[in-house]
Ligand binder design. Structure first.
Ligand SMILES: Nc1ncnc2c1ncn2[C@@H]1O[C@H](COP(=O)(O)OP(=O)(O)OP(=O)(O)O)[C@@H](O)[C@H]1O
Ligand SMILES: [Mg+2]
Length: 141
């Protein structure tokens, strides 16, 4: 794991921060969003989606997946067991090209994705004053 970048941002500054982070992360990657309840994980993903001009269209197959477009997917794995994700075939979704944003990724899933050769990044969000600190890391095996 290596930390690449860290920055404080208030809500109204988020679009600028998203642009900076976009320039660091490759266009095919899994991005795990870390942070406690209400840290701002979903807000970050939605801000990124807005900057790409894509909208949430739900998912025909998985209730915990939101498809925003061919190259933009968002998953909320809160309280989901790894076995369940594996059995339903959700894990295979991550092989599709584009960006995959994941809230509440567990270590087993992360290790599996890394072992499969996928680019895994982490954005850790922590409350600070009226905003949040965003820490961007690249994960390796
Ligand atoms: N950079 C920021 N500065 C200030 N407030 C923020 C920031 N980012 C998000 N918030 C606020 O934090 C609250 C929670 O945001 P959000 O729902 O994105 O959190 P979450 O981490 O996805 O929560 P959960 O764990 O429930 O999924 C919202 O009211 C949102 O407006
Ligand atoms: Mg959320």
């Amino acid at each position: 794991m290596s930390e690449i970048f860290a920055q404080y941002s208030r809500l109204e500054e988020l679009p600028g921060l998203v642009e900076k982070i976009k320039s660091l992360i490759p266009s095919d990657a899994v991005i795990a969003l870390k942070g406690e309840l209400a840290a701002g994980k979903t807000t970050f993903v939605k801000s990124w989606a807005k900057s790409e001009g894509v909208e949430d269209t739900g998912s025909p197959t998985f209730s915990i997946q939101h498809i925003y477009g061919e190259r933009f997917r968002h998953y909320d794995l809160y309280r989901k067991e790894f076995e369940e994700l594996y059995e339903t075939g959700l894990v295979e979704e991550f092989e599709k090209p584009g960006l995959h944003f994941v809230e509440w990724m567990d270590e087993r899933l992360g290790n599996l994705l890394l072992a499969g050769g996928l680019e895994l990044w982490e954005i850790e969000i922590s409350p600070f004053e009226e905003g949040r600190i965003y820490r961007v890391k690249r994960m390796d095996e």
